[in-house]
Design a protein around this ligand. Structure first.
Ligand code: PHE
Length: 357
């Protein structure tokens, strides 16, 4: 028994890993291990012999088991120590000294717009880019065969035959978020929703994916005058000037009544775009008083509440502010363009700290 004990305790002490430790366990105290075999011999012994050998064998078994457990814990500790030694990381080291990435102008402008409207009490709402045609059209008073559906160059999602889910589209504007946010919070409400939208269109001022920011304000006594003031304040803050010429043109949208499109005075002289001067106008947004049917679709009583809404092209106003002549460049992923037009990562726009450099 002393031989057995010496043999296994040495083996355990020398075991290099958990697999060899397990082999030792099976050979020593496993069901068919040496200690078990010895225990079987107890039957052939005299009662006197058995009284001595029985407890001694049990003690041996316990001793080997606890040596195994202790070694297992020691191996695990050693493995952890080794990992801690090899996987260390000094988080206090300086980051790359040379700044590589930049914030895309669209992200920057989205932050700027959000900061300005937040100051006026608007919170940010969001909706899905793939939406049902009910949210994108019907709820906005654009029924099935309304010409506005065709005008928007809608991308429809493919539907397999027998698919009974409602038709989905890539949202053609951020206006469906008007409905979603009315459903979510009811009235009164004041939200903006910045995000990507899609239309099949491609030229110097149109790309198939672009960005809008929707605005929606609903209360008991909101009027066109509030809309005009909010937009003028926005444009002054955004372009960081005292005044910019805006032109409100009577227009038509199925979801607003009355409706107005807003243009901003600019010049394209010499191929460069300048805001606030010249004889050209660039349309930057559509707006109006929310149509009673739209309020109803959003679950709001049009006899009690009214409000304004607008949808503005984020890419358009980014072009205007940062002098980007071709909208398509925003989506070319040209690194030289991004380095030139991009913003420093820590340059977070705020009204008090300055919107842009
Ligand atoms: N959704 C309209 C568009 O994409 C813009 C708009 C929004 C007009 C809200 C009026 C009110 O052209």
């Amino acid at each position: 028994m002393d031989d057995l004990k010496a043999k296994y305790l040495t083996q355990i002490a020398d075991a290099a890993d958990e697999t060899s430790l397990e082999d030792i366990r099976i050979a020593a105290v496993g069901k068919k291990g040496e200690v078990a075999l010895k225990m079987r011999e107890l039957g052939k012994m005299t009662p006197e012999e058995r009284q001595v050998a029985g407890p001694a064998l049990n003690a041996l078994k316990d001793e080997i088991n606890s040596a195994l457990a202790a070694k297992k814990a020691a191996l695990a500790d050693a493995a952890l120590d080794e990992r801690l030694r090899s996987e260390w990381l000094d988080v206090t080291l300086p980051t790359r000294t040379q700044r590589r990435g930049t914030i895309h102008p669209i992200s920057q402008v989205t932050e700027e717009v959000t900061a300005i409207f937040a100051e006026m009490g608007f919170s940010v709402a969001e909706g899905p880019r793939i939406d049902t045609d009910w949210y994108n059209f019907d709820a906005l008073n654009i029924p099935g065969h309304h010409p506005a559906r065709a005008e928007m160059d809608t991308f429809y999602m493919h539907r397999a035959e027998g698919d009974n889910r409602p038709p989905h589209v890539l949202r053609t504007h951020t206006s469906p978020v008007q409905i979603r946010s009315m459903e979510a919070t009811g009235a009164p409400t004041r939200i903006i929703c910045p995000g990507g939208v899609y239309r099949a269109d491609y030229d110097q001022t149109h790309t198939p994916m672009f960005h809008q920011v929707e605005g929606l304000a609903i209360d008991k006594d909101i009027s066109m005058a509030n809309l005009k003031w909010v937009l003028e304040e926005f444009v002054k803050s955004y372009f960081e000037v005292d005044g910019v010429d805006l032109r409100f043109r009577a227009s038509h949208f199925p979801f607003t009544e009355p409706s107005a499109e807003v243009d901003i005075r600019c010049s394209w002289e010499g191929g460069t775009l300048k805001v606030g001067e010249g004889d050209d106008w660039l349309e930057i947004l559509g707006s109006g008083m929310v149509h009673p049917k739209v309020l109803e679709a959003g679950g709001i009583d049009p006899n009690e509440w009214q409000g304004f809404a607008f949808g503005m092209g984020i890419d358009r106003i980014a072009m205007l502010k940062y002098g980007v002549p071709d909208l398509r460049a925003f989506f070319d992923s040209d690194l030289r363009w991004l380095r030139h037009y991009g913003f420093a990562a820590l340059d977070v726009p705020t009204l008090h700290g300055g919107l842009s450099r």
